[in-house]
Ligand binder design. Structure first.
Ligand code: SF4
Length: 254
């Protein structure tokens, strides 16, 4: 059946102006088969990628991720080793107080503000969530110091809910090779969640970070060492022969 023509052009354009415009995501440059092959190769290289932030439960993971903004995972782990020994629940953290928390994390950048957030989020967990870390992104981002990226990491690592926390490496790769182009981290995240085959979604976040950190680097991608060099659509790539597909030794993510 043919769509009826708009009766009057002015009315129709007024209508479309008042309608919220749907954002169109740029298309991936890869076919579903190519996407499956890309992530299959990543899965052979790194069958069990893991985050490096030390934690003993969902709460300490949440605190560690909040502390890791603009800090290395190794630096955060050094500071939290003692902190988590005395405070591994929101109640204990609250009892410790902001000043004491600050003493434990003094070696981490922006520690004053982070100590404040750790106490504020512990208080909110106790008062609003019965001392438990919530599982949904909507609830997590209501906690002080917790943005979408932190929420995604916690959902994935603590609760096994597949998410993509778009960091600088993932943002670069998604756009550079046209995997899931987007102008903002949110657009890239939405696009990646759409194009990554479901069976690879859980580890995709770590694979992409590691690929960006060790191979598809910011300044000069190491295309000769790249296992997807034949599939890659980056025009300036320096090699189109894929590197041998072998399992790599464990590498640091943070
Ligand atoms: S071939 Fe080069 S540009 Fe393409 S993904 Fe590999 S390292 Fe990155």
């Amino acid at each position: 059946m043919k769509k009826p023509k708009p009766q009057n052009a002015a009315a129709s354009s007024a209508k479309s102006a008042s309608r919220p415009r749907r954002r169109r995501l740029a298309r991936s440059k890869y076919t579903p088969d190519e996407l499956r092959e890309i992530f299959r190769r990543f899965s052979v290289q790194r069958p069990e990628p893991k985050g490096e932030l030390a934690h003993v439960n969902a709460f300490t993971l949440l605190v560690a991720v909040v502390l890791s903004a603009q800090a290395t995972d190794a630096g955060v782990n050094r500071a939290t080793r003692e902190l988590f020994r005395v405070a591994d629940t929101p109640e204990k953290m609250l009892a410790l107080g902001e000043e004491k928390v600050g003493e434990y994390i003094r070696t981490i950048g922006l520690w004053r503000n982070k100590a404040k957030n750790v106490i504020a989020l512990s208080r909110r967990l106790v008062e609003e969530f019965g001392g438990e870390v919530p599982r949904t992104r909507e609830e997590l981002v209501t906690l002080p110091g917790v943005g979408r990226k932190t929420a995604n990491v916690v959902m994935s690592m603590a609760f096994g809910i597949p998410t993509i926390a778009v960091d600088t490496h993932i943002f670069r790769i998604a756009n550079r090779i046209g995997l899931a182009p987007g102008r903002t981290p949110d657009e890239v995240e939405e696009n990646l969640m759409r194009v990554i085959p479901e069976e690879y979604l859980f580890h995709a976040h770590h694979w992409l970070i590691l690929h960006g950190r060790y191979c598809c680097k910011a300044r000069k991608p190491d295309c000769e060492a790249c296992v997807i060099a034949d599939l890659c659509r980056y025009e300036a790539k320096s090699c189109d022969v894929p590197a041998p597909l072998v399992e790599l030794p464990p590498q640091v993510i943070g």
